[in-house]
Ligand binder design. Structure first.
Ligand code: SAM
Length: 435
């Protein structure tokens, strides 16, 4: 086993751990998180080899990078001593004799840029490594990285001197640059419901969306999760009750256009206009992952196909216009009736339990108000293991990414379908500012 230093972002903390565990599981990597600390962006991990370290981090959004761990200290003297006394130091040093190299400087806790002179002085302190290889700033074989951490002195100031320093050899940078690629600002087709890129990508990682599998978003809207899923190599399909979302805004602004823009057309199966509660996907179609952001009922209340008072429509199926059944005409607008978020979430869980393969994941976002001493009741299904409940806090409300694994009929887990979980109407509360 070799020690590696994982450098993570210090945000979305519940998502961070879930993403790390999910990626480790996806690549069959055993990691021990006993020393994982939510308050720290650093974690030292024992892994079998560099390949494992690469796999763990290459598609991560909430990690920054992983390094072969060489040492640490509360000042430079202690750091150098620690490096030279480290297990395997002599073996690691051998590469320094021949490999091309460069140094990188990172800081955590404030923006502490070093001058070139400071950098050269710091690098010169590493003469004991006998770095005889050429310096190569573009394609170095080894990138040695110093990460200095600075403490907060008060709410707006950090210490001038680093309080801790880590040193390691870069193994793999994470994929945070994908956040810019999928930034909504640059996306051709988007709308008010589009989901921001960072947490769309993280959601895919936690849902373990993988190449060659089928991912389905039943509330596709403008397709934010579909493009994220396509990026991870899944074949994606979606549906939405609102045909306007599916049709987009003219020929050059629709979900297909986004896939062209990202050069991922081959990942896109299709989208269709469909009420999720009247799902027409054939029942033996294997869906490997379901990832969605169901309607919260904020912009408009939740509606599904049907009539509030079905008796009003009795016998009307036979109405014809110009010899064509009215309900088969293109301009037919079906009636809709209100539906509760509780029932919709029950339906999603039931659908996932029927359609996902064993160990397949369902991940969806759910809003909760957090200004009351009211327990948030998470929807549960007897076949689905609730694996993660990751919370993104806003001022007066929060939203959660709930992630379930289908364990099948034998699982017999706790369930609460059919129960009223939300005590108050989230939409009303949202518009009255949760007072
Ligand atoms: C929160 S938005 C999802 C937005 C989407 N993630 C995106 O990137 O734009 C919820 C979507 O669910 C759709 N919807 C509402 N009720 C539905 C139903 N019964 N069946 C299918 N879609 C529904 C809405 O039209 C809306 O587009």
């Amino acid at each position: 086993m070799t020690k590696y230093l994982l450098y993570m972002v210090q945000m979305h903390l519940t998502f961070r751990r879930a993403e790390l565990e999910s990626l480790a599981d996806l690549y069959n990597i055993k990691i021990n998180l006993d020393s994982y600390d939510e308050q720290s962006p650093f974690l030292i991990l024992d892994l079998e080899n560099d390949k494992q370290a690469q796999n763990l981090v290459k598609r991560s959004i909430l990690c920054k990078a992983i390094y072969e761990y060489w040492g640490e200290g509360e000042n430079y003297d202690k750091l150098h001593e620690n490096i030279q006394n480290g297990d395997g130091y002599e073996g690691r040093k051998l590469n320094c004799k021949s490999n091309t190299f460069k140094f990188e400087f990172e800081s955590f806790g404030g923006n502490h840029k070093k001058t070139m002179k400071d950098k050269i002085n710091t690098i010169n302190q590493f003469a004991y490594l006998e770095l005889d290889g050429e310096i190569d700033l573009k394609n170095a074989q080894d990138t040695y990285t110093l990460i200095e951490t600075y403490d907060l002195i008060n709410s707006h100031e950090t210490s001038k001197m680093a309080s801790h320093i880590y040193f390691g050899r870069l193994i793999q940078r994470s994929d945070r640059s994908a956040m810019d690629v999928f930034d909504l600002k640059k996306r051709p087709y988007k709308g008010t419901t589009s989901f921001e890129s960072e947490l769309s990508l993280v959601s895919c990682n936690i849902a373990q969306v993988k190449p060659g599998t089928i991912m389905y978003d039943p509330f596709a809207g403008t397709g934010s999760f579909l493009v994220a899923g396509g990026y991870y190599g899944a074949l994606v399909m979606g549906s939405d009750i609102d045909g306007r979302m599916i049709r987009g805004k003219g020929a050059s602004y629709d979900i297909t256009e986004n896939f062209k823009y990202y050069k991922m057309e081959q990942q896109f199966l299709d989208v269709m206009t469909m009420d999720f509660t009247h799902n027409s996907l054939r029942s033996n179609l294997i869906i490997d992952t379901i990832l969605c952001d169901p309607p919260y009922g904020i912009r408009e209340s939740i509606k599904v196909l049907g009539a509030r008072d079905p008796t009003k429509f009795e016998g009307k199926e036979d109405i014809e216009i110009n010899g064509e059944k009215a309900f088969l005409r293109k301009d037919y607008i079906p009636t809709k009736k209100p539906y509760s978020l509780d029932s919709l979430l029950d339906d999603i869980l039931q659908f996932a339990s029927e359609r996902l393969p064993i160990n397949g994941r369902l991940a969806f976002w759910m809003p909760t108000a957090n200004d009351e001493n009211v327990e948030t009741i998470i929807p549960l299904h007897e076949n689905l293991e609730l694996k993660y409940d990751c919370v993104q806090e806003f001022n007066k409300w929060s939203r959660r990414l709930l992630v379930y694994i289908n364990r099948g009929d034998e699982f017999n887990g706790p369930e609460n379908h059919g129960t009223k979980r939300s005590t108050t109407n989230f939409r009303d509360r949202y518009f009255t500012n949760f007072n």
